[in-house]
Ligand binder design. Structure first.
Ligand code: TRP
Length: 441
């Protein structure tokens, strides 16, 4: 069977950027940046994105394109003992999907609420009532089905087409909301919180290390690294595309959207005296308060949740594709059959995760509820292990000369930089994230 391919370089870049741009950019980045010294964090994030994110991104795409296979077989093709590295990715994609689809379902629920009259009651109480009930199961399934319908259509006709449509739309909707947000009275405080360097956030070496570790974790999550996503997408790439150029654009888009998200969310949050707090719930609690106070708030609510939905869908389909490509290649299944199996499997796991806020909240694993446990598994365990595996595979086993050739690194300076990062800097930094996230600082 001939493998479906991206129809163009731009199509691939938009699809990969679609995978990268997700809840991580829109909610997590503005908040973490604000908490970690604003501009100081943003500069550090940018440097790490270039120094750490781009080389790992390049490595994953190179592994995918060189082998043309799913993550497990791709890693195994490069070194016979390394299939398990791709295995972390496949398991990780499955684990992320089990909760990403639930949050996707919440987004659909809110979008529908804004389309049918808006949120008028106390938004915190409403969120609590909704998430602890049974309906998130239904909305989660709707989100899963939506993604399944796209991936069934394949690479060029499904994922690429949707990304070409969604990514520019997301950008335009963001600009509309930024203009609105910046014009709010008191919104300037939010911009200050986000963009002015707050050096008091760094008082000791420990503070510095803390910020560094948050920035690194955010780089990995935001670029969708370590889970085989870019190996999978890279496998559908033709030889003409320059991986170096693609990596540059994907990271740039991801960064720009993250910064724009800060300019969109934080002025609004500050204008309405809402404290910027962590947690996915805040998108659903804080923003409705903002929209409630705006003339034409419902329309802005629709635009906002549509934008978040687009971002979430293009990320979720990249994770689905990791699983689907594996089933297609390993078990010689048709795309339709493997899409259906994947979405059924994800649904089976995501139902208890959806209920872990309410009726199943008493199920605890290592003190965490199911939702927290799935987050822990993916972010703290599988993602760092996957990324570490990728850098060891490329740095020591497959060989940096080969990767450089595949990635189109021609200048000796580029090659040397890549070599020292992937062999030394990346493994050390990933190990630091891994250790600190376990023992804390
Ligand atoms: N990058 C996405 C975000 O910012 C999330 C995501 C999608 C992801 N695919 C991934 C994270 C693979 C890690 C690995 O929301």
């Amino acid at each position: 069977m001939k493998k479906d391919k991206w129809s163009s370089e731009t199509g691939f870049i938009l699809a990969a950027a679609g995978s990268a741009v997700g809840l991580g950019n829109i909610w997590k980045f503005p908040y973490i940046a604000g908490q970690n010294g604003g501009a100081v964090f943003i500069i550090m994030y940018f440097i790490l994105l270039l120094l750490l994110g781009v080389p790992v991104l390049l490595s994953e795409m190179a592994i995918g394109r060189k082998t043309g296979k799913n993550p497990i077989d791709a890693c195994r093709a490069l070194h016979r003992k390394c299939g398990f590295i791709g295995g972390f990715g496949i398991l990780g994609a499955f684990v992320i999907l089990s909760y990403y689809c639930i949050i996707g379902g919440w987004i659909i629920k809110y979008l529908l609420m804004y389309m049918t009259g808006g949120v008028k009651d106390n938004s915190a109480a409403l969120f609590e009532r909704f998430t602890t009930g049974f309906s998130p199961v239904i909305y989660g399934i709707i989100f899963t089905l939506l993604c399944t319908l796209i991936v069934i259509k394949g690479i060029s006709g499904g994922i690429e087409k949707i990304s070409r449509l969604f990514m520019p739309a997301l950008f335009v909707m963001m600009i509309v909301l930024i203009i609105k947000s910046l014009s709010l009275k008191g919104g300037g405080e939010g911009v200050k919180f986000f963009l002015l360097p707050d050096f008091t956030a760094i008082e000791s070496a420990g503070d510095f290390l803390n910020i560094l570790v948050s920035a690194m974790g955010q780089v990995f999550f935001s670029l969708s690294l370590g889970m085989g996503t870019l190996i999978t997408y890279g496998a559908y790439l033709d030889r003409k595309t320059s991986l170096k150029k693609a990596a540059f654009y994907i990271s740039l888009i991801d960064f720009v959207i993250a910064v724009l998200a800060g300019l969109m969310v934080l002025p609004a949050v500050f204008a309405y005296d809402i404290v910027p707090q962590a947690g996915s719930g805040m998108v659903f609690i804080a923003m409705p308060q903002v929209f409630a106070g705006l003339t034409g708030g419902n329309l802005f609510g629709i635009i906002f949740f549509l934008l978040v939905l687009f971002a979430a869908v293009t990320s979720a389909i990249s994770l689905f594709e990791v699983l689907i490509s594996f089933l297609i290649e390993r078990f010689k299944l048709k795309r339709l059959a493997s899409s259906v199996i994947c979405s059924a499997a994800v649904t089976a796991v995501s139902v208890p995760v959806a209920l872990s806020f309410g009726s199943l909240s008493n199920i605890r694993i290592m003190g965490m509820d199911l939702f927290e446990f799935m987050n822990f598994l993916s972010d703290k365990l599988l993602m760092p292990l996957g990324a570490l595996g990728i850098s060891v595979l490329c740095g020591y086993l497959w060989g940096t000369e080969e990767v450089s050739e595949e990635a189109g690194l021609k200048k000796s300076w580029d090659k040397k930089l890549y070599r020292s990062i992937i062999r030394y800097a990346a493994p050390v930094m990933i190990a630091v994230i891994f250790i600190t996230s376990f023992i804390g600082l």
